[in-house]
Design a protein around this ligand. Structure first.
Ligand code: SF4
Length: 288
């Protein structure tokens, strides 16, 4: 059997789809461990390690159904991808910081590290679901295994992780994935000049791109705040690190976009016509 036949692109897809927050199994870590600065997204200031005043004794939010109305839009955008339940149930074996205050400080420092590991796992798992060549697929698979092993470490070992050292090789692999996938689409589109698809870091804030064919565009790290992508074709677009706050995605086709996250979607506007990748959910605040 040739090596190419061993490639199973569904494994990465399944892992990516499984990365969902389960707030019932978490001890309100995003509402406690993280620093919150008052802004249009958060009505209050809160230091890291201090529970939000809206966090109840059972770790649920007392304003859950009216977060946006009460100035906590940022809470509806956040997505830990499952890092919260991993820290609560695996790293700290189901001990909660209210009943065991001696673990709280360490638990709150571990959470942002786990969150970053999960973010990298999500990107690498998604990359494995794209039709990359066998060499890149194998490198991605090894990288994913390394990240998954890191999430099983004890708390002290997690705290010792040098996150930038983990991010560097991941970033290189994600860039290679983006190049391969977008290049094959550019060839299918019979376009010769690949450079005209490169808008890394572009400032498209408020730009009107309604009904534009933007397939295979590299929008890595682009500023897309309040840009109008209504009914735009965004298949094969690399959105890693792009700022999509209040971007209009109504009717846009994102079905095969790359490295789009739930947080990016939650921060944007869309409707029932917006086509999404299978691992992302339609935000409840979008138009119906
Ligand atoms: S408002 Fe609710 S969801 Fe937001 S940080 Fe506070 S408790 Fe958590």
């Amino acid at each position: 059997m040739s090596e190419i036949k061993k490639i199973d692109y569904t494994v990465g897809k399944k892992i990516r789809e499984s990365l969902q927050a389960d707030c019932q199994s978490c001890f309100g870590l995003c509402c406690t461990a993280l620093n919150i600065a008052a802004s249009s997204d958060f009505a209050i200031n809160k230091t890291a390690g201090t529970p939000c005043p809206n966090l109840q004794s059972d770790f649920s939010c007392q304003i859950h159904s009216k977060l946006r109305d009460q100035g906590f839009k940022g809470c509806t955008v956040f997505d830990c991808l499952g890092a919260g339940q991993k820290v609560s149930q695996t790293t700290f074996h189901g001990q909660d910081w209210r009943q065991s205050p001696e673990i709280s400080e360490k638990m709150f420092r571990v959470f942002p590290i786990m969150e970053q590991l999960y973010e990298m796992i999500a990107y690498v798992a998604e990359a494995l679901s794209h039709k990359v060549d066998s060499s890149l697929f194998n490198k991605l698979r090894l990288q994913l295994e390394q990240l998954q092993r890191a999430t099983e470490l004890e708390a002290d070992a997690l705290l010792a992780i040098d996150i930038p050292n983990y991010r560097l090789p991941v970033n290189i692999l994600l860039i290679e994935t983006s190049e391969q996938i977008r290049q094959s689409l550019i060839v299918k589109m019979k376009e010769k000049n690949a450079r005209k698809f490169d808008y890394r870091g572009a400032d498209w804030m408020g730009k009107n791109l309604k009904r534009k064919d933007l397939r295979a565009t590299n929008l890595r790290g682009a500023y897309l705040i309040a840009a109008n992508f209504e009914h735009a074709d965004l298949r094969g677009v690399d959105f890693i690190g792009a700022d999509l706050r209040d971007a209009n995605l109504r009717g846009a086709d994102l079905s095969t976009s790359m490295f789009l996250t739930q947080m990016q979607l939650n921060s944007a506007q869309g409707n029932h016509q917006t086509k999404l990748p299978s691992h992302l959910k339609r935000p409840s605040h979008w138009d119906h």
